[in-house]
Design a protein. Structure first.
Length: 366
């Protein structure tokens, strides 16, 4: 029979073993529970370190607009005062997810991502230096353009001026009699000089648009009727532009655009017809050079069936002062393109030698 001492010792050892086992299990589960917390903290620290290396400013905002996180670049790009001003702007424009804003003399480009719970993530960059470089580039391009323009204008003016001077010298020296042919030659050069100057002034003038609702089909018909009166020949217009196609535009400028295009078509010896097609967005059409064109927006295509253009001529067709016509000033298509750009549109040219030319007018939205 075991003694009471032995029995108590046995109970003590059993209870101690049970207690130790429970402690071991408790510690094990405690470690399991603490591991996600440690992993989360480690992950958070790792994420913040990564975000702090990003050169763009990154902000996380609560649904109430409180700043939950701001990376290092955000604090370097903006002072506290500028950051507050920027956040006020972002929170006041909840529907704007991407844009630019001026803050403290800086131009910031930003984007906003709104999560399901209302939390916002804002990513922004300081575009001030980029904008400055862009302005410098535009200024250099403008100066280069003016230099080229001046050289071409001087060339175009010099030729008729020299011809007039030579004729005047011959007349004054009495080496020739000022017969009708010589005087006609002088008049031709004088008119050509006047035409170059007037067309240049017309091109150089910044278009001042008088915007109103314009029925494009009516403008096309009116421009064609005015042009054909200036030329001898049987020319017909097939106008497929719907009568209800209306754009917000300057009607006078659009008429000038089509006058130039129809004049070019007739002088390119178009065969009997000039067609004007209309495409709605996503409609397609095969152009004269075989290209399958898909309209991005409302599009008008002026097609002639004249001589067409070779590849080299086509490359320079919209170039100022470039013309293959005798006495041409090279302003027509340049002015047409400028009118389209003033209306937020585009002018494209497709042509094939011996088949004809398509002038594609992509209308923008004003």
């Amino acid at each position: 029979i075991p003694s009471p001492f032995t029995k108590n010792l046995t109970y003590f050892l059993v209870y101690a073993l049970i207690f130790a086992s429970l402690m071991g299990v408790t510690l094990y589960f405690s470690n399991l529970l603490k591991r996600p917390e440690r992993d989360f903290i480690k992950y958070r620290l790792s994420s913040e370190e990564i975000l702090n290396t990003v050169p763009s400013g990154i902000l996380t905002l609560s649904p109430k607009g409180d700043t939950l996180f701001a990376n290092r670049s955000a604090k370097e790009i903006l002072t506290e005062e500028e950051l507050s001003e920027f956040l006020r702007f972002v929170l006041e424009e909840p529907s704007t997810l991407r844009g630019e804003v001026k803050v403290g003399g800086k131009t910031l480009g930003y984007s906003v991502k709104i999560l399901d719970d209302g939390t916002r993530t804002v990513v922004f960059q300081d575009l001030s230096e980029v904008k400055k470089l862009e302005e410098e580039r535009k200024e250099l391009e403008r100066l280069a353009f003016l230099g080229e323009l001046s050289a071409n204008l001087a060339h175009e003016i010099r030729n008729p001026v020299q011809a007039i001077n030579m004729a005047m010298e011959l007349i004054l020296s009495k080496k020739v009699n000022p017969d009708e042919q010589l005087l006609k030659s002088v008049m031709y050069d004088a008119e050509r000089l006047s035409g170059v100057v007037n067309r240049f002034l017309e091109y150089a003038k910044i278009p001042e648009l008088r915007i109103s609702e314009v029925k494009v089909a009516e403008v096309i018909n009116r421009a064609f009727n005015n042009v054909v009166m200036l030329y001898q020949g049987n020319y017909n217009l097939r106008n497929y532009v719907p009568p209800d196609f209306i754009v917000m535009a300057d009607g006078t400028k659009l008429e000038e655009l089509f006058l130039n295009l129809f004049r070019n078509s007739i002088e390119a010896d178009t065969r009997e017809y000039i067609d004007v097609f209309f495409l709605r967005p996503q409609e397609t059409m095969e152009l004269v050079d075989g290209y399958l064109y898909t309209a991005k927006g409302p599009t008008v295509i002026v097609r002639d069936y004249g001589t067409g253009m070779g590849s080299e001529t086509l490359k320079r067709a919209k170039e100022l002062f470039f013309s293959t016509k005798k006495g041409g000033t090279g302003f027509g298509l340049a002015i047409c393109e400028r009118i389209m750009k003033a209306h937020k549109g585009n002018l494209l040219i497709h042509s094939l030698l011996g088949k004809g030319t398509d002038v594609v007018l992509e209308f923008g939205i004003l």
